[in-house]
Design a binder for this molecule. Structure first.
Ligand SMILES: Cc1ncc(COP(=O)(O)O)c(C=O)c1O
Length: 489
């Protein structure tokens, strides 16, 4: 058997191998999409046993390698597009995002320097400029695409930290952290994403630097408590490095009062970072854009396109209000962003990113906007928010279901609760709802989230999928009730 050249290149042989491999893979995907099940239901132990790494020293060739990936990976993958797959902020992807991936992967551009990604660099810069106008920032290009919300939050907190030290005459970049670090605080709500804690640990200030602000009954940051925490900090001689507000908490979809937070912070010269990983999708919305009122006032923003923008993983962005703050992370590498190139006006994105080699994920957003147009994009985003309101209404009409919180974005928090379960006590009720989630996933029929809202263990439907209808969710809720009927109290 003659071997085809394994490298993607311009030769006839390589191009043919590429066509075959892509055709075989996309055909396998097309077949997989026809599977009715959400998941084949294999357990952790079954998958561990089934998947073995016994590499053939001679290599199997592309065709057999793809066949094995179909057998061992694709068939036991979770069908994220399935109407009953609603556990997480994990979206089904746009078809055009798949096409974009083909182009991104085949061209393998790297976004660190213009000479590795000429047109891609310009497209990314223009998209950042466009995103800034959507937010209401001044024109400019301060911002960059990231691997997602965690990295964007890290950038916001890192620049906030370094701007804070710079105001006191220290360069963290040059000299590292100095001073009484135990007195430095970041404030965020109790429902902010855990990446705030993880990032503060990474930034050398530890979990102890994070002060949690109480939330109201809709999981939104409580302004009175924020003011109290600010006053307490001042009285204790603590210094506030940043306030992180959330636009779309992971479970409830709560949006903190952005304008009021920004105004409070401005009086005290405190950096505000908004984690809009989820709620940022409302930038495109026609109906719900005003939920993000005040976003334009803050210092930095996280956006995530692999959530309710329906892009494949990974695709996120970081926006920085004032470009001058990028100086805080500046590093000049002769081979990427030399002074000579910069003097000639050659753009480079390595100066704006924590990453060096970086994927051209921006293409997915560009092609999504081109293919759908803003109106259709808005419609598929609004769909989930409106559907959540309808589902909440339906849940509250079911005797055995209890709505735990009114929806704000596209999630519904509820629990199964009968009189007998209530009599059995809170712990039994919590365990029962946990079991409903587990049994559903094991059956392969549905993936419903299990989480906690203010200490109450509940089930979560994350209704991102724009093809899902109220009828689909009624079927899912009937399945929840049927499953509950099979679990012993
Ligand atoms: C509010 C919020 N911020 C940040 C993140 C982290 O984003 P990523 O998973 O893209 O790193 C998430 C993830 O769900 C999130 O819900």
């Amino acid at each position: 058997m003659s071997r085809l050249n394994p490298i993607l290149a311009g030769s006839a042989q390589s191009t043919e191998a590429y066509r075959q491999a892509i055709a075989q893979s996309s055909e396998a995907v097309a077949q997989w999409l026809q599977q009715p099940e959400m998941y084949q239901g294999k357990t952790v132990a079954e998958l561990r046993e089934r998947i073995t790494l016994d590499f053939n020293p001679q290599g199997l060739g592309n065709q057999a390698a793809i066949e094995r990936a179909v057998e061992y990976f694709l068939k036991d993958s979770l069908a994220v597009h399935h109407p009953q797959c609603v556990a997480h902020l994990h979206c089904p992807s746009l078809v055009v995002s798949q096409a974009a991936e083909v182009l991104i992967n085949a061209t393998n551009q790297s976004m660190d320097s213009w000479d590795q990604s000429p047109s891609a660099t310009i497209i990314e810069i223009k998209l950042i400029e466009w995103l800034r106008t959507q937010v209401g920032y001044q024109p400019g290009d301060a911002g960059v695409f990231t691997s997602g919300g965690t990295q964007s939050n890290l950038m916001g907190l890192m620049l906030a930290r370094d701007a804070f030290f710079a105001r006191q005459g220290h360069s963290v970049q040059q000299d590292g952290l100095v001073g009484n670090l135990k007195k430095i605080r970041v404030l965020c709500s109790e429902h902010a994403h855990f990446s705030v804690q993880k990032n503060m640990a990474l930034l050398g200030l530890g979990y102890q630097s994070v002060t949690l602000v109480k939330t109201d009954r809709f999981s939104r940051m409580d302004l009175t408590d924020l003011q109290e925490k600010l006053a307490q900090a001042e009285a204790n001689g603590e210094q506030i490095l940043a306030i992180v507000a959330t636009a779309g908490t992971t479970d409830a979809g709560a949006i903190d009062p952005l304008r009021a937070i920004a105004e409070l912070a401005a009086e005290r010269q405190i950096w505000v970072h908004v984690d809009a990983a989820w709620g940022g999708a409302l930038l495109l919305s026609e109906k719900y854009r005003d939920y993000l009122d005040g976003l334009e006032l803050v210092d930095s923003i996280t956006l995530d396109f692999h959530k309710q923008f329906f892009q494949t993983i990974s695709c996120g962005a970081f926006l920085l209000k004032e470009a001058r703050h990028y100086e805080l992370m500046r590093y000049q590498a002769a081979y990427l962003n030399s002074e000579f190139d910069e003097a000639q006006g050659v753009p480079n994105l390595v100066s704006k990113s924590l990453q060096t080699t970086r994927r051209f994920d921006a293409l997915k957003l560009w092609m999504g906007l081109e293919a759908l147009g803003q109106k259709q994009y808005a419609e598929i985003i609004d769909h989930g928010v409106t559907l959540a309101q309808e589902v909440a209404q339906y849940v509250s009409e079911q005797p055995a279901l209890e709505l735990v919180m009114q929806p704000q974005l596209a999630s519904v928090l509820f629990r199964y609760r009968t009189q007998a379960l209530s009599d059995a006590g809170d712990a039994a009720l919590a365990l029962f709802n946990q079991k409903i989630g587990d049994v559903l996933l094991e059956s392969g029929r549905a993936n419903v989230g299990v989480t906690e809202a203010d200490g109450v263990t509940c089930l979560k439907l994350t209704l991102l999928n724009p093809t899902v209808t109220l009828e689909d969710i009624k079927v899912l809720l009937a399945l929840v009730e049927k499953t509950a009927g099979q679990i012993a109290v």
